[in-house]
Write a protein that binds this ligand. Structure first.
Ligand code: ADA
Length: 568
């Protein structure tokens, strides 16, 4: 399953999750697709990462991953990969059929004519650092290796299928409306089809649409008689059923889930369905000591149960697009999401990497295209703590913000800055995010830090916009207690700092939302080990096994006092 629900009834989909064979080259060497050596094979679950193998916990390099599947009849098909970490070339029966970079966005390989019979699917995967990636670099999180998200094969009835249907919901005087933009992809010659969309008790259709080779965009709209708006309190979802008819036969379908909601800003407030929304939550990395970044759905669900127990209503997908099943859970359980593209802390030199522009552009496009319909996503973020304080860096921010606005004009745009002295990008965005580590990286009082920041940034584009403290927190080594001295890295100190920060920010009239850094302790790259005890980022409120630290009760109580609509 690539989602928490079946996206097709007509299109026959077969999961390729399960145990795949992996072959690794000799340390320090490369491996090519034709070098599969059945002698030295290990088995890794998919979804999974090779760091789950005791022998590969620190392996950085290439590997071949292999499975097989059967096509019961010949015809068009699609291989769907929801995430491979982090660069992959795809071979089918020894022939290269696809390539993708970036662990955190999905991709598909279309096969116009797949023969009947058994097929070998072979992936040549790399989690290497270096010229191949501007985004996967030694960082304050770990770059795993493997087929880290679900894979499936989709058998099409015709070389013509529904690529997706994007839904934008709006409301006027109590009447909701859905703008639907369907994309039909034709792998063959021109066809004339009917498209039918059903949503919330309403049906609309486009008749006799001529679809040439490639993509045909079909805009439709509908006004359902009455709907319950989506919100964290009432996460009401409605099935969207799309079907494609050719010669009076239904040849394809596509199912999604829609939440009727609007998200806008009004001065310093973020509005959900026209009402103020005060976001309180955590930054959450996709990381777990047993699964790496390939977190099982039930662990995702348990994470969100802990969020709920700590009275959170929001999550920030630091610092990359998340597994879509996690977003499905946020839709179902009622969490709003700040989803952001894949970038963390790049200096201008790193932003000059020859692949930076294209890899960011692809990530933005794949993130928005694939995650467009999630009502939980209330804003798109980009380029966490990259160089937003120089003209050169600001131009790159502007370019990507422009791209995001073209991809989706319905959601506010934001980014989390740490350029407290000089930031040139506050005028480009709708919601201002600031990462502030008072009492950890500076010993200033958090109110003084924040007031000084507001004084510097309001005149350069932040005034009159919502301000979210997108990261704040402190480290604690799990189990290190120092109840008298309360020294740094003790759980007591972390709890004290979080109590002061939460009390300060919650009471500050300018603060429009709070994301604690971070939910759980996470593995970091070895290059960070001098600054990260245990080679972990220890600022979690729970440890890597999700065991609460002392600060857990502090957060639970403080967030419990905040009414997310009125902020009292
Ligand atoms: C930054 C960064 C986070 C993390 C944090 C920290 O704000 O955005 O990814 O590295 O600092 O722990 O210092």
């Amino acid at each position: 399953m690539t989602r928490l629900f079946d996206q097709h009834r007509m299109r026959h989909c077969t999961s390729l999750n399960g145990e795949w064979e992996y072959a690794f080259p000799a340390t320090g060497t490369k491996i090519a697709a034709d070098q599969w050596d059945s002698g030295d094979v290990e088995r890794v679950p998919v979804p999974g990462v090779w760091e789950m193998l005791p022998s590969r916990v620190n392996y950085r390099g290439q590997a071949l991953a292999r499975t097989a599947f059967v096509a019961s009849k010949s015809g068009p098909a699609r291989l769907v990969f929801k995430g491979v970490s982090h660069t992959v070339t795809v071979y089918l029966d020894g022939v290269e059929v696809g390539h993708h970079h970036n662990a955190f966005t999905p991709f598909a390989v279309e096969l116009p004519e797949l023969a009947e019979g058994t097929h070998e699917l072979l992936l040549c995967i790399s989690n290497e650092h270096g010229d191949i990636s501007a985004l996967h670099v030694p960082n304050d999180y770990y770059n795993y290796g493997g087929v880290s998200r679900p894979v499936e094969i989709q058998f099409l009835q015709r070389p013509l299928f529904i690529r997706h249907v994007h839904v934008t919901t709006t409301e006027s005087q109590g009447q909701w409306q859905a703008e639907l933009v369907a994309v039909v992809r034709n792998l063959a010659d021109t066809a004339t089809v009917d498209l039918t969309l059903q949503l919330a008790g309403t049906t609309v259709e486009a008749k006799q649409v001529v679809c040439g080779q490639g993509d045909t965009v079909i805009p439709l709209q509908l006004m359902p008689p009455s709907v319950t708006p989506w919100s964290p309190e009432t996460p009401q979802l409605y099935p969207l059923m799309a079907s494609l008819t050719d010669d009076d036969a239904v040849v394809d379908d596509w199912i999604d889930r829609v939440g009727f909601r609007t998200v806008t800003t009004d001065g310093e407030a973020v509005l959900l369905n026209g009402k103020p929304l005060f976001m309180v939550g955590f930054n959450r990395h996709e990381d777990h000591p047993d699964f790496g970044c390939a977190i099982p759905v039930e662990v995702m669900r348990q994470d969100l149960r802990l969020f709920r127990e700590m009275n959170c209503n929001a999550v920030r997908t630091c610092h990359y697009p998340n597994d879509e099943r996690f977003l499905d859970l946020c839709d179902e359980m009622g969490f709003v999401v700040w989803e952001e593209n894949h970038a963390r802390g790049f200096a201008i030199e790193q932003m000059r990497h020859p692949r930076f522009h294209d890899q960011c552009e692809s990530c933005n496009e794949e993130m928005v295209r694939e995650h467009f319909n999630h009502p939980s996503i209330v804003m798109w973020g980009l380029l966490n703590e990259c160089e937003s304080g120089t003209e050169e860096g600001a131009a790159m921010y502007q370019e990507q913000i422009d791209q995001l606005r073209v991809l989706d004009s319905s959601r506010p745009i934001t980014f989390a800055s740490c350029r407290h002295a000089k930031d040139l990008c506050q005028g480009m965005i709708d919601i201002c995010g600031w990462n502030i580590y008072s009492r950890w990286y500076s010993d200033m009082h958090p109110k003084d830090d924040l007031d000084a920041l507001i004084g510097r940034m309001d005149p350069v584009g932040m005034a009159g916009k919502p301000l979210i403290v997108s990261e704040f927190g402190a480290g604690a080594i799990p189990g290190f207690h120092d109840p008298i001295r309360r020294g740094k890295w003790s759980e007591e100190r972390q709890a004290d700092i979080l109590a002061e920060l939460l009390e300060t920010y919650q009471a500050h009239p300018r603060v429009g939302g709070l994301f604690i850094w971070q939910f759980c302790d996470v593995r970091v790259d070895d290059a960070w080990s001098m600054r990260r005890p245990r080679t972990m980022n220890n600022k979690g409120i729970v440890d890597e096994h999700r065991r609460p630290k002392l600060a857990y009760e502090v957060v639970k109580q403080c967030f419990g006092l905040i009414d997310s609509s009125t902020r009292t």
